[in-house]
Ligand binder design. Structure first.
Ligand code: SAH
Length: 279
């Protein structure tokens, strides 16, 4: 039987000393128009946000992006480019996604001032991210699964979708407003080390694999089931030790299933017994 592996506590993510605004990164996912990269950089810089991360942009920043940045070139030059969202979220303890429309699965939904206050409060403790989707289709369900909460700018319900850079501007402004008001000091952020976005992504991959290994759930329902489970763990916000315990349980479940499968298989006939022990 596989014993659960409980690893020693991982050292908490300690953000380098920097201002809270520097710890708030804007992540643009799958951006199609490079002009929007520049406009978003400009919107951020006007509000004192400096960290831009690009997840799988259709094109890297180009002359059109620089033209639209109108002086926020430094943000574009230093922007990290990642193959996917998880890569852009490395080290983050809190991830807030943005959405123009209500989603079928209930997500904790914040209004912009509440999102800004939460980002600032958590940024006093470590890295945080605000995630923006594609111009034509927003964020995929899988990407939403990386988010602890969603924020929606309360627009006219009949015409709810802002231009990408306009959405960045509104939310960056709310962050700046809350920062100026010093609201974060009054907020009780959770002063504990939390599992990072990449650790959570690894856990969810492990969880999905384990559910398949143990034959849990119907394949047709698994996408919805996995999304529900992601929401559950995002709400709980496990710390690194808790995540290690959960992964130990998953490994144990996988091991037992393997053992059961092995014991259900009749042993080979004596003359077919392997001479060398299996390693
Ligand atoms: N058609 C897309 C809208 C994409 S708009 C959809 O239905 O999801 C591009 C991005 O701008 C969105 O992914 C989101 O990041 C941001 N955005 C636009 N309108 C928004 C709103 N009302 N609230 C929050 N974010 C918004």
């Amino acid at each position: 039987m596989t014993e659960p592996i409980i690893l020693p506590p991982a050292s908490p993510h300690i953000a380098p000393p920097s201002t809270t605004l520097e710890r708030i990164r804007c992540v643009l996912v799958g951006t199609t128009h490079t002009g929007n990269l520049g406009s978003a950089a400009r919107a951020m810089k006007t509000m004192g946000l400096t960290r831009l991360e690009l997840a799988n942009p259709r094109h890297p920043p180009d002359a059109q992006a620089l033209a639209q940045a109108a002086g926020a070139d430094d943000l574009l030059q230093h922007a990290g480019v990642h193959p996917d969202l998880v890569g852009a979220l490395t080290g983050c303890r809190l991830v807030i996604g943005t959405s123009a429309r209500p989603r079928s699965l209930a997500w904790p939904l914040l209004d912009p001032p509440a999102a800004a206050r939460l980002l600032l409060a958590e940024a006093t403790l470590g890295e945080v991210a605000l995630v923006f989707g594609r111009e034509n289709s927003g964020l995929t369900n899988d990407e939403l699964g990386c988010c602890h909460q969603l924020v929606q700018i309360p627009t006219d319900p009949g015409f709810s979708s802002l231009n990408l850079a306009a959405a960045v501007q509104v939310l960056a402004y709310e962050v700046r407003r809350a920062w100026r008001e010093g609201r974060s000091e009054q907020l009780a952020a959770q002063p504990r080390a939390l599992a990072t976005a990449e650790a959570l992504a690894g856990f969810h991959t492990h969880l999905a694999q384990t559910l398949m290994d143990i034959g849990f759930g119907h394949p047709d329902q698994s996408t919805k089931l996995l999304m529900r489970l992601r929401q559950l763990f995002n709400r709980a916000r496990p710390d690194p030790v808790e995540l290690n315990i959960l992964r130990g349980i998953l490994s144990a479940a996988q091991g037992r299933k393997g053992a059961r499968r092995r014991s259900a298989t009749p042993p080979p006939a004596a003359d077919q017994q392997p001479k060398e022990p299996h390693v």
